[in-house]
Design a protein around this ligand. Structure first.
Ligand code: ZN
Length: 168
């Protein structure tokens, strides 16, 4: 896909106010925290919601994606583009393992947790919604893989990092 193609596609995506999105996301987290008995349960629920969100996004935009990932490591560029289109940001860093079965995506200014600081819930994956979206993309493209949030700025880490791993 050429640069012009990417830009044209980006412009066609409807935008929503960032404060509105962030306030809604915070309330979603509050609801999950109140209705869950531990951090693992919150992380799992958030990932499941992300999976549904991913399905919606794919249904809406799949036909616009001209080149689908054929090999697992191609998700590095597929998901970079999807992130850019939906968040307006590029990942700060994308890392592919030597065996090409693990990819890590980092953002040093993640939109989901901007301004959020959580000190009393170790292990919380505040931005795990993204892991669920990634899982939906992998599943629907026929890849067996696992996704999770590895680090989180809201919890004090330098960057938010999401990892996807192909199960072989
Ligand atoms: Zn984040």
């Amino acid at each position: 896909m050429g640069v012009k193609g990417k830009l044209a596609w980006t412009l066609k995506i409807d935008k929503v106010s960032k404060p509105l999105f962030q306030a809604t996301y915070r309330e979603l987290l509050n609801l999950l925290i109140q209705s869950s008995s531990n951090v693992d349960e919150i992380n799992l629920k958030l990932k499941n919601i992300g999976f549904k969100v991913g399905e919606h996004l794919l249904m809406d935009y799949a036909e616009r994606i001209r080149k689908h990932a054929a090999a697992f490591h191609e998700f590095a560029s597929t998901l970079q583009l999807a992130y850019k289109v939906n968040s307006g940001r590029e990942f700060t860093n994308v890392w592919i393992s030597e065996d090409k079965n693990t990819i890590k995506f980092s953002d040093e200014n993640c939109v989901l947790c901007q301004g959020v600081q959580i000190t009393d819930m170790p292990g919380l994956q505040y931005c795990n919604l993204i892991s669920g979206v990634f899982k939906a993309v992998l599943d629907l493209r026929g890849f067996k893989g696992d996704t999770y949030q590895e680090s989180c700025r809201a919890l004090g880490d330098e960057v938010c990092t999401w990892t996807i791993r192909q199960l072989v």
